[in-house]
Ligand binder design. Structure first.
Ligand code: NAP
Length: 308
């Protein structure tokens, strides 16, 4: 099979930490170009923007959009219009409504649009889903607390409109919970804490329920120093299931079922290649809808200004 000719757009933290090593390890993909206003890659043709790449670059089949979410919708539209398959980093866009026009263009043109949710590819997520499919679920408690200064140093976009603030990591938790629970759920209460100098929240406290009245609570905080928390506890009729370390570890009543360090991104690229081979798209907006609901329903409080 001829390798997929891919361009990476946005050479920031996630592109360098995860996308580039995963692509390099995949014979089915060749990196042929990169677009970023400033950053470059040794030996890879560089373009200052996606438009420049599409106009003047080498032939490509697909793009991976690793840019901040505020510009991703317009970039996806441009790439699809140019006949390219598109992999979207999470969240898929800065608004919910930006996505439907993209899925429609992909459907009509037979191109693949893949809204990737990397946390869903963590090794314990599918085992947790299978476990919960067989149990009565009594409550869910999500604690997703990390240090923004460690994970997002100098990223001004995250505090701007459309930058998601603490929902940038929080949406990863929501992408897991929407995958492992057997029924859809909806938001009933939210409190969002905005630093006085930011347009995006630094913390969020959320309550959800479902048609059966299940209590689902989520606490997101970007101010956590020391040990970081990426944990989901589910009480069931047959004990407590705990998905921790961002989906890497699964325990049932303290007994370890899964504990793997495997990284998610190679699986994301295998899925992208598979979708392209089948001329399919994969776009699940459920996590993004919950975040939009939180912005609509959430009571807003103002907290101390954020300083880097
Ligand atoms: P980042 O480090 O700020 O990287 C974004 C890159 O895109 C920067 O190099 C930026 O350049 C570049 N860029 C800005 N405007 C551009 C444009 N018009 N065309 C091409 N490139 C452009 O951010 P990140 O942490 O990698 O996050 C990017 C996305 O990945 C976010 O949606 C985030 O949620 C997701 N993600 C991040 C992580 C993580 O651990 N950081 C994990 C999973 C997913 P300048 O800096 O020069 O503006």
């Amino acid at each position: 099979m001829t390798p997929l000719r891919l361009a990476v757009v946005g050479l920031g933290k996630i592109a360098r930490d995860q996308h580039l090593p995963s692509i390099a390890a995949m014979p089915a993909i060749t990196l042929v170009a990169a677009a970023d206003p400033n950053a470059t890659l040794d030996g890879v043709p560089h373009f200052a923007s996606l438009d420049d790449l599409l106009r003047n670059g080498p032939p490509i089949d697909a793009v991976a959009l690793c840019t901040p979410p505020q510009m991703r919708g317009a970039q996806a539209a441009a790439a699809l219009a140019a006949g390219k398959h598109v992999l979207l980093e999470k969240p898929p866009g800065a608004t919910v409504s930006a996505i439907a026009p993209l899925t429609e263009v992909a459907r009509v043109s037979g191109k693949t649009l893949f809204a990737s949710w990397h946390a869903r590819f963590a090794p314990a997520v599918e085992p947790a889903r299978a476990f919960l499919a067989q149990r009565e679920i009594r409550s869910v408690h999500v604690i997703w607390k990390e240090d923004v200064r460690v994970w997002h140093p100098g990223q001004a976009w995250i505090w701007q409109p459309g930058g998601f603030g603490v929902f940038d990591p929080g949406i990863n938790a929501l992408s897991i919970v929407t995958r492992i629970l057997p029924r859809p759920f909806f938001l009933t209460r939210a409190e969002l804490a905005f630093p006085s100098n930011c347009a995006a929240p630094i913390a969020a406290d959320l309550d959800f329920t479902d048609a059966a009245g299940l209590a689902i609570r989520a606490e997101f905080d970007f101010r956590q120093t020391g040990a970081q928390s990426w944990d989901i506890a589910v009480e069931t009729d047959q004990g407590r299931l705990t998905l921790s370390a961002g989906g890497a570890k699964l325990t049932h009543d303290g007994q370890v079922l899964v504990d793997e360090k495997k990284v998610a991104y190679p699986a994301i690229y295998r899925r992208f290649v598979e979708l392209i081979a089948r001329s399919e798209s994969d776009v699940d907006l459920a996590p993004l809808v919950h975040v939009a609901d939180a912005f609509m329903l959430g009571r807003r409080i103002v907290v101390d200004a954020f300083e880097e």
